[in-house]
Design a protein around this ligand. Structure first.
Ligand SMILES: Cc1cc2nc3c(=O)[nH]c(=O)nc-3n(C[C@H](O)[C@H](O)[C@H](O)COP(=O)(O)OP(=O)(O)OC[C@H]3O[C@@H](n4cnc5c(N)ncnc54)[C@H](O)[C@@H]3O)c2cc1C
Length: 379
């Protein structure tokens, strides 16, 4: 593809935006990323990178680096909340490597973000730039930021997450449905667990109306992560915030009848955040003209299949491939991207909402086997 005079602007330096910038730069495309945050923070969260996500990261040259620092769980272990009886154990580690040619890694979200950020030179990222408005004119796009500054771009990729401003400007305010459930999550040093070992697996403990997922996020097994989902009145509602604090006593009370190992993890935890879980239907459209959405901005999902970031990573590759294939016709590239990706992300959105992924014997081939670098783009 020819270098454009104006850069392609990517709004949001999250998982999807950074990956898109990295793939486009590999193709020789001029990109610039605008991020509202003034600096990157290491948010206390773990993230599971399933083989389909690792395939993207491998193509970006990050697999080795991540294998050195991330935890490779032996299995996906699903247990009854109180007795601990195993309802399904899906082998990961060697088994996944053999079947999909890629590992399954669990890591700190901050480590993943730092690895992706390392692929994009600082001069291609502007921090403290919150997009408030854009205007398409004569094949280019004028961007306006909260600080009053402006920029011009050949095209815009809205990778600005679940509260996407680009989406709102394109499609109007959305009305997500609160699921009545809240996720508590945190990471903390494993040393706080004393003699308790949470084991070599990524374990999900299933209760009748709530669950908790627990795993290490480092290869050294010195940092523990958990994320829950439970019914809670969200009168406090800070919709989907990475910084809202949770009350540890409320959390411990909610899991008081869970297995002693779960209670011990919650007892050892020093601090917790919470995130209200919302549901959305697939959007009628992902863009218009030279503006397109990707990642959580266009297909946010409940966290129950651990696929939100994986979908954003896959989007990044397919979007860049569409731009390469369609040459100067950005509009056609963006429509192709939407056509190729929407069926898959809609299916994962729906599967995630059902919240029964892996509870019992499950064949994950359709999720883990996807190769964003090779998937057909059609005519
Ligand atoms: C509790 C929980 C657990 C999860 N676990 C997993 C998991 O194990 N595996 C997995 O694959 N996914 C997981 N996810 C989902 C995953 O975190 C998201 O799907 C993923 O981060 C989406 O990437 P993104 O690039 O679309 O958005 P984000 O990573 O959220 O990035 C959006 C970026 O845009 C910036 N931004 C927003 N508005 C503006 C603006 N107006 N101007 C400029 N910048 C802006 C934001 O500051 C942010 O940096 C989980 C989610 C939750 C809530």
């Amino acid at each position: 593809m020819k270098k454009r005079e104006l850069p392609i602007a990517i709004i949001g330096a999250g998982i999807g935006g950074l990956a898109a910038a990295a793939v486009l730069r590999k193709q020789g495309v001029n990109v610039h990323v605008y991020e509202q945050a003034k600096q990157f923070a290491r948010i206390g969260a773990g993230i599971q990178m399933t083989p389909n996500a690792m395939r993207v990261l491998n193509g970006l040259g990050l697999r080795g680096r991540l294998e050195e620092i991330a935890f490779a769980p032996r299995s996906s272990l699903n247990r009854q909340h109180d007795t601990g009886a195993v309802t399904n154990e899906f082998p990961l580690a060697e088994a996944v490597l053999e079947r999909y040619g890629m590992p399954f890694l669990a890591m700190h979200r901050g480590d993943l973000h730092a690895a992706l950020a390392g692929l994009v030179p600082g001069e291609n990222i502007s921090l403290g730039k919150k997009l408030v408005r854009f205007e398409q004119r004569d094949g280019s796009v004028l961007l306006e930021f909260e600080d009053g500054s402006q920029a011009h771009a050949a095209a815009v990729i809205g990778a600005d997450g679940v509260h996407s401003q680009v989406r709102e400007l394109l499609l109007g305010a959305e009305k997500p449905r609160f699921t009545g459930r809240v996720a508590y999550r945190t990471t903390f040093p494993a040393s706080r667990l004393g003699s308790l070992d949470i084991g070599p697996s990524r374990t999900k403990w299933w209760g009748p109306d709530r669950h908790i997922v627990i795993y290490y996020v480092t290869r050294r097994r010195d940092e523990v992560y958990f994320v829950t989902s439970q019914p809670e009145d969200a009168g406090w509602l800070t919709p989907e915030s990475w910084s809202a604090k949770g009350d540890l006593n409320v959390l411990r009370e909610a899991y008081a009848d869970f297995h002693p190992d779960v209670r011990a993890v919650l007892a050892a935890c020093p601090d917790v955040h919470k995130w209200a879980i919302f549901q959305r239907d697939p959007l009628p459209s992902w863009g218009e003209g030279n503006v397109v959405l990707m990642g959580d901005a266009c297909h946010p999902m409940t966290p129950y299949m651990a696929q939100g970031a994986a979908m954003a990573l896959e989007d990044a590759v397919v979007l860049a491939r569409c731009l390469e294939a369609r040459g100067a016709d950005v509009d056609a590239a963006f429509r192709t991207f939407e056509r190729v990706r929407k069926p898959r992300t809609s299916a994962v959105q729906a599967g995630s909402s059902a919240n029964n992924w892996m509870r019992e014997a499950t064949n994950p081939d359709w999720v883990y086997g996807y190769d964003a670098w090779e998937v057909a783009l059609g005519d």
